[in-house]
Ligand binder design. Structure first.
Ligand code: SF4
Length: 279
């Protein structure tokens, strides 16, 4: 069996070897999460921009509940620019930091009207001039609403890129450039989705589930978390594709028997079939 990778061994990796290993990790993650996509619900660039602003310090599931109502009432940049502050605050309150977010949405509406004819611009340099919009938000919008590849460096992506030994950088812009150099542009958006999915479900900040991880043999940080397969499986947090159980998909490439044990445990806890959303 090949020796485990360590932080030391990958430090001396050649650029070619690192690129190959990075792309292998990517391929495995795509196979593990073939349904990975933006988890925010939207039907236009404006809706995605608003949902992404609301998602700061909130879960995507929580934001989707709020936007289901919000987007019925607020459809255009003008609607946000001329919003009744009290009403908008009440609508976005469940996502937290509602005063600041309301402020950002109103200013966003005004800026879109003043500078972009009420439309969301499709260029990074324009998007980042908008109130409440940083590079991370801009890349989410470009990649998912405009089909323009971008790497979204959120807390999960940065943590995993460092654990994978793709970069030592902690500054999000530097992480973006270092990781971008390892992959073709066309893969950047899907790469962001699958890495973030993996961070949310398996490679958690405090207790990564190494023993249930499909890329353990490619990861120099293996062993930072639980390595026992059954104990690690208990740490998994994820929402499977809705029909995963019917289609026999096991999450994270987990052995079928381990998954069966995990499902039985979840069923016992929940008093019914597992497989619903958990974050
Ligand atoms: S769960 Fe463990 S092995 Fe898997 S990517 Fe995270 S640190 Fe590496």
């Amino acid at each position: 069996m090949a020796a485990r990778l360590t932080a030391e061994t990958v430090r001396d990796e050649s650029p070619v070897a690192r690129t190959r290993r990075a792309r292998r990790i990517y391929r495995e993650l795509v196979e593990t999460y073939p349904y990975a996509a933006a988890e925010l619900t939207f039907s236009s660039p404006l809706e995605l921009l608003v949902a992404t602003i609301l998602s700061a310090q909130s879960t995507d599931v929580g934001v989707n509940k709020v936007t289901a109502v919000l987007f019925q009432r607020y459809r255009t940049a003008e609607d946000y620019a001329t919003a009744d502050r009290t009403e908008l605050e009440e609508l976005v309150r469940p996502t937290g930091f509602f005063r600041a977010k309301t402020d950002a949405l109103i200013k966003l509406g005004v800026a879109l009207q003043e500078h972009f004819d009420g439309e969301v611009p499709g260029r990074l340099e324009d998007l980042v001039t908008l109130p409440g919009v940083g590079r991370k938000t801009a890349h989410v919008v470009l990649g998912n609403a405009f089909g323009r590849p971008g790497i979204t460096v959120d807390t999960h992506f940065g943590r995993l890129a460092r654990r994978f030994g793709w970069t030592d950088e902690t500054d999000p812009v530097k992480v973006e450039h270092a990781v971008g150099a390892l992959f073709p542009r066309k893969d950047w958006t899907m790469l962001s989705h699958v890495v973030i999915f993996h961070g949310r479900r398996t490679c958690h900040a405090r207790k990564p589930a190494c023993g249930a991880c499909p890329i353990a043999r490619l990861c120099p940080a293996y062993g930072e978390g639980e390595t026992d397969p059954v104990k690690a499986a208990r740490l998994l947090k994820y929402e499977l594709a809705p029909d995963a159980r019917e289609r026999g998909i096991t999450p994270n490439g987990m052995a079928t028997a381990t998954y069966a044990a995990w499902l039985a445990e979840q069923d016992a806890v929940a008093g019914g079939p597992a497989g619903g959303a958990a974050r």
